[in-house]
Structures are given as C-alpha cells and as structure tokens.
Design a protein around this ligand. Structure first.
Ligand code: KG4
Ligand code: ZN
Length: 340
C-alpha cells in the first residue's frame, strides 16, 4: 500500500506556504515570504499579512500541486494555531473549500508541533526526543515521548521569543527587518566584545527571558550617546547573538540532563542561525547526545512540515473529520502568563 499524499497549508504569520508529502517524502514545498510587505513597518502587520495570504494562496497551492505532479491529495492539513487570527482564517477557509471539493479529511495542525515533527521526520529521528522551538513568536522546550502524537511542554520564554529578540535588536541597530538573518550577517564582521548579560539563563527550570538582554542592548546604545559605527554595530550584533545562543544551549543541556534523552530536535526560524547551531551542537556533544536541525527550507514557516505532522495524525485517525478547525487564540498579557 502506498503512503497517503497530504497537502499542507500554512498561513499563520507572514509566509504563504503549501507543501505536499507522500508518507515521509516531501514532494513539494512552496513558500512565498511577505518580508517586503512588512519591512517598512519593522514587523508583521496582521491586516497586511491576511490580505497577502488571500491574494497569494491560490497561486502557491497550484505551484505546490504542479511541483508534486498531483491533481488531488488524500487529506489536507492546515495550521490552525498558534498564529495571527486573520492570517490563520485565510488558510483554514481555503483548506475547508478544498476538502469539500475533493471529499477528503481536513486535519487541524498545531504550528509548533509541526515545526518539531517536520525536522524529526526529515532527519530520521524517532520519539522519544527533546524538542526546542525557536521562532519569531515562540521559544519553547518540549519532550516528545515514544508513540505520542504531540509533545509535552516543559518550559519556555516568559516574555519575548528568541526571533522576536533578534528582530527588536536589529531594529535598535537600524539594521532592518527581519532581524535574524541581518543580525547573523552583521555579526560576521564583528567580535564578541560587548559586555551583555546571559539572557535569563539563571531563571528556574526551563523558563527563559530575552527582555533583559534586549534592554541591555538598548542601554548600551544609550550609554554610547551617539550612533554606533559599522564595526560597533557588528560587535553588538555578534555579542547579542552569542548570548542568545548560549541561553538556548544552556537550557537545552538542562533539558537533556533532566530527561536523560539522547536526541534533541530544533525547529523554527532561528534554528537557521549558525551561532545557535554551534552552541546547541557543542552542548549536545559534551553529553554524547545529538542535535538535529532543519535543512534549508524547513526552518522558516513552510507547508511541508504542516503536511508531515498532518500525516502523523492521519495515520492514527487523530483528527476531527469535517469539523471546522477553529484557530487557537494565542494568549496575551496576564492570560499568557497564566498559561505559562
Ligand atoms: O518560524 P518562523 O519562520 O516564524 C514563526 O513561526 O514565528 O520564524 C521567524 C523568526 C523571525 O523572528 C526571524 O528573525 C528569525 O526567525 N530568523 C532568524 C534567522 N532566520 C530567521 N533568527 C536568527 N538567525 C537567522 N538566521
Ligand atoms: Zn513558525
């Protein structure tokens, strides 16, 4: 029996994406980034994101189907949260239309679980494993137990996400948006010479905090009393990146020690960062464990990971057939703190 073909649709933030998989094999993965639409605002503008998804999704869908060489899939997986509500609704409504036309199941997918499962599948890692999600909206540590269909949350950020910190520090340095890639490029020209604190590494358990590190960059810049030159910017970018990477590596080490597991899967946009890979990789090597990172195209938001995780739920019959998949609201403020 051939494995089912699953179409994955992802519109949770500023990437319009469709992927097609057959079992564990990725047949197509088409991503349209909206970076250029949000750049002038220094961050994602939800209303612009929703409208762009609406305009682009039909074309991205067609490209993915043509790329995979199929006219129909056996199921449609769609991200239902967490993410921007309006943006999610575009993907969910589109998926709802397709499953009605094709008469196939609709599978609601949790975006963060997809970030981890997608990397685990393409890297050939089987549960149990530890998981680290480092994205623009989240920084979270998980354990994915053997035979489990979703991971258990162990801890995460109490304020900014890792990617959010990169974006905000890039904005403080006037480097533009999105911050992660530009900080990484700028850091190549600098050295780790600026005295910045290790971001919340002393917080209890697997909690982390990036706001202190971000504020330290702000005060460092204020203390200079003038615009930093290019070399100074590069030194700040490099020092910030090192501290952020060390914090994640430190907590990853703690998680490995506590769980006794030997594999860690890292997912999310910041997983593309080389300093983070080196720091986490070194912490794993010291313990005789292994870190697994996404290949190109699978760290940023994409539809292949949505389809891969949808495939796992499909295989186990763990989806709500024909139910409208209501996006999960992302908790904010006090509500968010209680949730953590
Ligand atoms: O996973 P993702 O595409 O979207 C969310 O689910 O949030 O992650 C986007 C985040 C952005 O904050 C971006 O600045 C960051 O990932 N990012 C990076 C790098 N590439 C993207 N951060 C550090 N280094 C990178 N090379
Ligand atoms: Zn993401």
């Amino acid at each position: 029996m051939t494995a089912p073909v699953v179409l994955g649709i992802e519109t949770s933030c500023d990437e319009t994406a469709c992927g097609v998989v057959r079992g564990r094999e990725v047949l197509a993965n088409v991503v349209a980034s909206q970076e250029e639409l949000h750049r002038d605002f220094g961050g994602v503008v939800p209303e612009i994101a929703s409208r762009a998804h609406l305009e682009r999704l039909p074309g991205i869908f067609r490209m993915a189907m043509e790329g995979a060489g199929i006219a129909r899939a056996d199921a449609v997986a769609v991200t239902t949260g967490p993410g921007l509500i309006g943006a999610l609704l575009v993907g969910v409504s589109f998926a709802e239309g397709i499953v009605r036309g094709w008469d196939v199941p609709l599978i609601a997918v949790h975006h963060l679980y997809a970030h981890l499962w997608g990397v685990a599948v393409v890297r050939g890692v089987k549960p149990p494993f530890c998981g680290v999600v480092v994205s623009g909206g989240h920084t979270a540590f998980y354990v994915w137990e053997e035979a489990a269909l979703r991971p258990a949350f162990l801890g995460g950020t109490v304020d900014d996400a890792a990617g959010e910190a990169f974006d905000k520090v890039a904005s403080l340095l006037g480097l533009g948006y999105p911050g992660g890639p530009v900080i990484e490029r700028t850091a190549l020209e600098g050295s780790d010479t600026v005295d910045l604190p290790l971001a919340g590494a002393d917080m209890p358990g697997l909690s982390v905090s990036f706001s202190g590190l971000k504020t330290a960059v702000l005060y460092h810049l204020k203390g200079m009393g003038r615009e930093p030159d290019e070399k100074e910017k590069a030194d700040i970018a490099c020092s910030f990146q090192q501290r952020a990477a060390c914090t994640i590596a430190h907590k990853t080490a703690k998680m490995l020690d506590e769980t006794g597991l030997s594999d860690v899967v890292v997912g999310g946009g910041v997983a593309a960062n080389r300093a983070l890979r080196e720091a986490v990789g070194a912490a794993c090597e010291e313990r005789g464990t292994e870190a697994h990172f996404p290949p190109p195209g699978l760290s940023q938001d994409n539809g292949a990971m949505t389809a891969l995780y949808g495939g796992l739920l499909l295989e186990h019959g763990e989806y709500e057939r024909r139910e409208f998949a209501v996006p999960e609201p992302f908790p904010r403020g006090k509500e968010r703190q209680r949730a953590l």
